[in-house]
Design a protein around this ligand. Sequence first.
Ligand code: G2I
Length: 340
Amino acid sequence: MRGRTVTLITAAAMVTSLFATAPADAAMSLGSLAAQRGKHFGAGIDVGQLRDVPYTTILDREFNAVTPTDSMKWDATEPTRNQFNFTWGDRIVAYAQQRNMIVRGHTLVWHSQVPAWTQSLNATMLRESLTNHVTRLVAHYRGAVYAWNVVNEPLDDSGGYRNSFFYQRLGASYIAESFRAARAADPGAKLYISESGAEGYNAKSTGLYNLVRSLLAEGVPIDGVAFQGHVAIGQVPPGIAPNFQRFADLGLDIVISELDVRMPMPRTAAKDYQQATDYSTMVRACLVVPRCKGVTLWTFSDKYSQIPYSFPGQGAATPWDVTMQPKPAYNAIYTTLIGG
Ligand code: G2I
């Protein structure tokens, strides 16, 4: 580690290291540093991006896990009822396998990005289609997808069930049924419930805690909780690690599955600084919780970030800019993974 040791540095030196512009050691990557701590460091990616050489150069160098951001969603994989298209997902899996990256599958059951045909089904048909969808996806990727986000965003901000069309037509039982179908289709895959805005202690995370505790009590096969980690600069909630730990104490694994730190545009040095600190805080929360298995960035470059689309006026949410130059956030993550 060229000129940089972690054990002896003071708090002031740590702040300085957050701002260094060059990687400490070209031989190390975020993925290899995370692996040394027993964790993965992943990227949300998708097929169109795999032709972008400056981008894939960073992907191949820095990451040891991938999640398709869109290609395994219901609208992409089953655009017509019971007619499955695995082309894009297969490409991501092949790409990852060639590079020894693990694949986190995303996502089997979500109220968004579902094909229109699901909306006209009665309850019996929807239940049948849901089970079929989960079964076919998980069976197709048996042994290739290491972990699935089985049910995504089932709660509303008050911690109650989200009033999605799944919930309206099937009641809360759709959650347990999805997990059971996934387990039956690939007993070896790790099955996660995924939620947004539940990183800190709040009504939603407590609702999620109560939900997974009761699912576990009913014997529902759930292995982990994916905390998405979409945060705004300067607004990382306190108490993330203890919140993660209460889920871990139920016997569950944890991941941060969609980390990004958005800022109001335009980018400034001060915002970059705050963002670096926020990335560091998020990554450290995973490091200090032994059952946190890893972190995935959503995405790693501003060129492909969904933030300007989801939050008009905001952006620059990732550690690499649109020209693939690393920002202070990259160094902050690097330093944090070393042990800062
Ligand atoms: O909305 C952010 C994420 C919230 N959690 C679940 C994730 O699955 C979700 O991811 C995003 C994808 O990253 C986007 O790729 O889900 C969006 C849809 O809700 C995806 O949206 C796509 C749009 O469909 C495209 O039209 C748009 O050009 O985002 C693209 C821009 O990145």
